[in-house]
Design a protein around this ligand. Sequence first.
Ligand SMILES: Cc1cc2nc3c(=O)[nH]c(=O)nc-3n(C[C@H](O)[C@H](O)[C@H](O)COP(=O)(O)OP(=O)(O)OC[C@H]3O[C@@H](n4cnc5c(N)ncnc54)[C@H](O)[C@@H]3O)c2cc1C
Length: 322
Amino acid sequence: MANILIYALHYEGAINKNSLGAVSEGARLAGELGGEAHAILVGEGVPAELAASLGAHGASKALVAEGPEGLAQPVVDAMAKAISDGDALFGGGLLGFEIGAGLAARLGAGVAMEVTAVRVEGGELVAERPILGDSAISEIKYRSPVGIVIGRLNAFEARETGGEAAVEQLSFELSPHAGQAKMLVRGEQRGADVDIEGADILIAGGRGLGKAENFALCEDLAKAFGGSSAVAATRAVVDAGWYPYAAQIGQTGKTVAPKLYLAAGISGAIQHKVGMQSSENIVAINKDSNAPIFEFSDLGIVGDLNKIIPKLTEAVKAKRGT
Ligand SMILES: Cc1cc2nc3c(=O)[nH]c(=O)nc-3n(C[C@H](O)[C@H](O)[C@H](O)COP(=O)(O)OP(=O)(O)OC[C@H]3O[C@@H](n4cnc5c(N)ncnc54)[C@H](O)[C@@H]3O)c2cc1C
């Protein structure tokens, strides 16, 4: 029987969305393998209710390990203790990459990074990983008894099935080097209040904005939509210092899948496309009717964003009565 162990990242009493997707996917795969999905939370004083709530996404058991939160090495120590001959499935993101690499080295296990899909074939996991700028998919199987899957950020959908996980404490020892790093401050470059990966509506700005100050157009539009909206950016503009790196979408930035992705002054380079192509609805504003972004947009507006965005903002405000 192969159980799947999923690391659930949590912060200020909430489980990160990416981790919820990994728990859901882990539960689906464990079901096909005839095993169970077990989640693991590492932190100081993790509330039992938070751990139990992972049952709603399919975890039958939630292991709670007392240790420093948000650092990779203590998680590697805890997971190494918890894994038997099962398979580990993580969410992804920078911490996931670090944990996966550390765990692979510790256990001598195979690891696949940036995975976008996983299936069970002949009782074994097969991970799919896009390669060559997402133009091809490589399939990865494991020779080691433990296989480590690190998903691309938000690659797996969080599905609520209901239920509670049985909560168990996991005692483990921190390796000597785990204490060498300490979390001094936890924050984000763009400000902790903006959640690009979790936003339902993203207003993304590119070089077509012309200058840093014009990001105010995107911010005003995001504000007009209200609720779960945020501003994102291309690499060209973050490299130019117009917007924080934390907002960058694409191959070397974040992968997102909001309900609405509005691309303003973005050409649609392949490296940008790979980070946002799974968005439910893509709307592009570009003055060049031949811009590649229009090839994968649901709605394209050809024109000057300086004229279109303020009108759109007014229209959204009028519609919402704000
Ligand atoms: C290894 C590698 C990794 C990369 N990783 C990433 C990544 O993670 N994310 C990423 O985004 N890029 C990445 N890039 C860069 C990518 O190749 C593009 O250069 C970048 O995405 C272009 O950004 P842009 O669309 O803002 O700018 P541009 O390509 O310059 O496009 C600007 C667009 O704005 C339009 N425009 C101009 N003025 C107006 C106006 N007034 N109104 C409306 N439209 C207007 C133009 O017609 C044009 O289409 C990477 C490149 C490499 C080589």
